[in-house]
Design a protein around this ligand. Structure first.
Ligand code: GLY
Length: 278
């Protein structure tokens, strides 16, 4: 699994004012727009200034209230980018600017055009060895089949998302072979299914809060293992679990406002490994 997490580029997008009132959400929480923008700015600075990734910043689009959640518009693995067909109709046009940005990075672009398919990147967990695709309110079997067809070098298994928005609303990778998972019954059930379906063995780190299990893992030159994770202010119990990762550079990033519209840390960037010759 050499190279897992060795990213060079990140794509992010600005927050439109329309996010505050019109972004899709599962609760009625009121979003502080200025606060959301400040948090997002800090997130982007971590990726660019602190971690040294080349950051491509796409402009916000007022007609696309959820456009900051770029992860859902594409799945990138190696040199290939699968432009998704997001499950929420209001989010479909988010893919247009994304496609142009990925073309500029010289990635091989494949588009999910089948009208029966839906897939959000938030439902796609790539472990470095295989893909798990969550079947959720946003992602269906046909979407998973198309992903499997595009990324033929890897096994692709589907798992149920029994609660919440996406698969990665309660899990993510914390390192090579290490799955971060929430402690809720439904998160643990999904993990069990992943373990049953896989030929690989994974370690797990269980977080008391499901939402805290959504982190960004990277393995970067001169930095080693890096975990960008939610703050102790948001999830005090889970923060003590992150502290056990002694080999990781731990970077807490606040995500209070975007969480109100179901946006987690991974949702806000697309991480890419670009080889020098492409
Ligand atoms: N607000 C994120 C989503 O529902 O897609």
């Amino acid at each position: 699994m050499a190279g897992f997490g060795h990213y060079t580029h990140a794509i992010v997008r600005g927050i439109p004012a329309s996010l505050a009132k019109e972004a899709l959400r599962s609760s009625q929480s009121e979003v502080d727009l200025a606060g959301a923008r400040k948090e997002h700015e800090a997130y982007v600075q971590v990726l660019g200034t602190r971690l040294g990734l080349e950051v491509v910043e796409l402009p916000a689009d007022e007609s696309l209230p959820d456009c900051v959640f770029v992860e859902d518009a594409v799945v990138v693995c190696g040199d290939t980018a699968l432009i998704t067909r997001p499950g929420a109709e209001s989010r479909r046009k988010e893919t247009e600017v994304m496609k142009a940005a990925l073309k500029n990075l010289n990635l091989n672009i494949v588009e999910m055009t089948d009208e029966n398919a839906t897939l959000d990147g938030g439902d796609v967990l790539f472990t470095g060895q295989e893909f798990f695709v969550g079947l959720s309110k946003r992602t269906n079997q046909k979407g998973a089949e198309i992903l499997a067809d595009v990324f033929k070098d890897y096994a692709v298994s589907t798992v149920p998302v029994l609660q919440g928005l996406h698969l990665k609303s309660f899990c993510s990778m914390g390192g090579p072979g290490l799955i971060l998972i929430g402690s809720s019954e439904h998160a643990q059930k999904t993990l069990k299914i992943m373990q049953q379906m896989s030929d690989h063995r994974y370690d797990k780190l269980t977080l008391p809060d499901d939402a805290a299990a959504n982190c960004l893992y990277m393995n970067l030159p001169n930095k080693g293992h890096v975990l960008v994770h939610p703050t102790a202010e948001e999830y005090p119990e889970s923060a003590t679990v992150f502290d056990k990762l002694k080999d990781h550079m731990l970077i807490p990033v606040s995500n209070i406002e975007k969480t109100k519209v179901d946006g987690a840390l991974t949702c806000c960037s697309v991480l890419i490994t670009k080889r020098a010759n492409i």
